[in-house]
Design a protein. Structure first.
Lengths: 297, 214
């Protein structure tokens, strides 16, 4: 397969030293194996995430996304934008749809962009990394590179909300998406069926209303355990952090003994492709994953 | 007259018209057929966190219950999970209407004081537009040390910091929390351009909605 080139939109959490830097590390390793060339959109800005709504208003949010579109098209013409963060992907796709749908919104957006010396000439496609893997590569091709299958390991594929609703990856059913389970199986692992696959982790409310988010997280983790999972896998940086870091708090409140590692699909893939624990960013886990580290080369 | 009073006067008791004109995707409210699937699908409503679940909010808007809706903390319970949107038989963009109502109430100054998600949203947005990228350390410090009204509360900060210390240490050791961010951290180069762009966006939006400057 020839090299695939994409305009990379990492998002604020997937920067060096930031809360999803292990995601970034593993994505870079995974892309090396798959011959994916990710070029960061120069001077990309924050998307405003799902939580920005309270203070931001409509046009400012769309304009933040539009700036990234203009930067991508200007500097990396013809390349699809690929986001690794679920919220960045969702927000950018929404802005793109709304701008394409309304000539007034496009005109307003262009007027604002002018102040930053930018204009949108061509609207790029907005993809999530998981979407690229499933649609541009396909499971067979992804499986071709597996050198170190994750044999005997049981994972709960936690899809969550924003890669699933409203757009979904590769047009999958949002009540029971299978793409993450299929990635796990392609890598040689076992994807356990469980009933909290698309339950919300609480999102930003994990910061502002922790008790409510932690109640939801407890259900997710408990179901993963009850169905035999040894590790949880997710495609979203906020889900990863929320489901991982509050297990101690949840244990205190609910008298549980949760201690389950929460990983990114790209970390699984890096290990399965023969990468080291370091390549997969496994030293970036707050709850370590010794079973995965043991398999790593 | 306050912004809230001006808006109430402008729409003269027709709250549905007000929502259609001022709230994101507000024109969809009239499409609601009261089936209740949204309320039944909402994860925070499942925990009884909404005084008025989305279905009820839509009916209250049509019944003209302006103050009850705008001062409600219900909309702030939305986690953007989109469960309601995908199941709505009318395809109403419920998530966005809830966010739009919350934003509108916030701008009018009638949203509940001390609502933590309201405070966090303001903190987050102001953080990300400052340099164009989120400074996660400053965001966390703001979350702990500012009370829900945005004022600095050292005692609260220390308490919350202590409660989160194991998490913070875990993230520090995992190199996912960078204390050096206090001095700056990741940022965009064209901050001036971003600020000018957002200033213009706010101007355009305010003019379109004829929202009084508060």
């Amino acid at each position: 397969m020839a090299t695939k080139n994409y305009a990379f939109y990492p998002g604020c959490s997937s920067q060096k030293g930031a809360s999803a830097s292990n995601y970034l590390t593993s994505v870079e390793s995974m892309c090396k194996t798959l011959d994916i060339q990710l070029t960061e959109i120069p001077d990309w800005n924050c998307c405003g995430a799902s939580i920005g709504y309270g203070e931001a208003g409509e046009l400012p949010r769309h304009v933040m996304n539009a700036r990234n579109f203009a930067l991508a098209e200007t500097n990396l013409p013809g390349q699809d934008i690929v986001a690794t963060c679920a919220a960045c992907w969702l927000g950018a796709k929404e802005s793109k749809e709304r701008i394409e749908h309304s000539s007034q919104l496009l005109a307003d957006t262009q007027e604002a962009l002018k102040e930053a010396g930018l204009q949108i000439k061509v609207m790029p496609e907005i993809r999530h990394m998981a979407e690229v893997l499933v649609e541009d590569f396909g499971f067979e091709e992804l499986g071709r590179h597996v050198k170190n299958p994750l044999k005997g390991l049981k994972f709960a594929g936690y899809v969550g909300c924003q890669t699933n609703r409203p757009f979904g990856i590769a047009g999958e059913n949002f009540e029971n998406p299978m793409y993450l389970d299929k990635i796990i199986e392609t890598m040689g692992g076992e994807a356990v069926p469980y009933d909290q696959k698309v339950t919300c982790c609480g999102g930003a409310l994990a910061f502002s209303e922790p008790e409510k988010a932690q109640a939801q997280i407890k259900d997710i983790v408990e179901s993963a355990y009850d169905n035999g999972a040894e590790m949880i896998v997710t495609p979203c940086p906020l889900c990863q952090a929320n489901v991982e870091i509050y297990q101690g708090h949840i244990n205190n409140k609910y008298n549980t003994k949760f201690n389950i590692p929460v990983l990114y699909y790209s970390q699984l893939m890096t290990i399965a492709y023969g990468g080291s624990a370091k390549d997969a960013g496994l030293n970036g886990q707050v709850i370590r994953a010794p079973k995965l580290e043991a398999i790593a080369k | 007259m306050s912004a809230n009073q001006q808006m109430a006067a402008k729409y003269k008791n027709n709250f549905l018209k007000e929502v259609e004109g001022q709230v994101e995707m507000g024109e969809w409210v009239k499409m609601c057929m009261q089936c209740g699937v949204c309320s039944g699908s909402c994860p925070t409503n499942f925990q009884s966190s909404w005084d008025h679940p989305p279905q009820e909010i839509f009916m209250m808007i049509r019944a003209g219950k302006r103050e009850e809706v705008l001062t409600s903390k219900s909309m702030w319970m939305c986690t953007s999970c989109y469960n309601c949107i995908v199941r709505c038989p009318r395809k109403i963009p419920i998530t966005h209407i809830m966010h739009g109502l919350a934003n509108y109430a916030h701008r009018l100054g009638v949203a509940p004081k001390g609502q933590p998600t309201r405070a966090f949203s303001k903190l987050f947005w102001n953080n990300c537009i400052n340099t164009g990228r989120v400074n996660e350390l400053k965001l966390s410090l703001g979350l702990y040390f500012k009370n829900a009204e945005g004022k600095i509360d050292i005692v609260q900060g220390i308490k919350q910091g202590l409660a989160m210390q194991k998490v913070a240490i875990g993230l520090l050791l995992a190199k996912r929390l960078n204390p050096m961010e206090i001095f700056g951290g990741h940022k965009c180069k064209d901050q001036k351009g971003i600020h000018a762009m957002l200033k213009k966006a706010n101007e355009i939006e305010d003019k379109r909605k004829a929202l009084p400057q508060s």
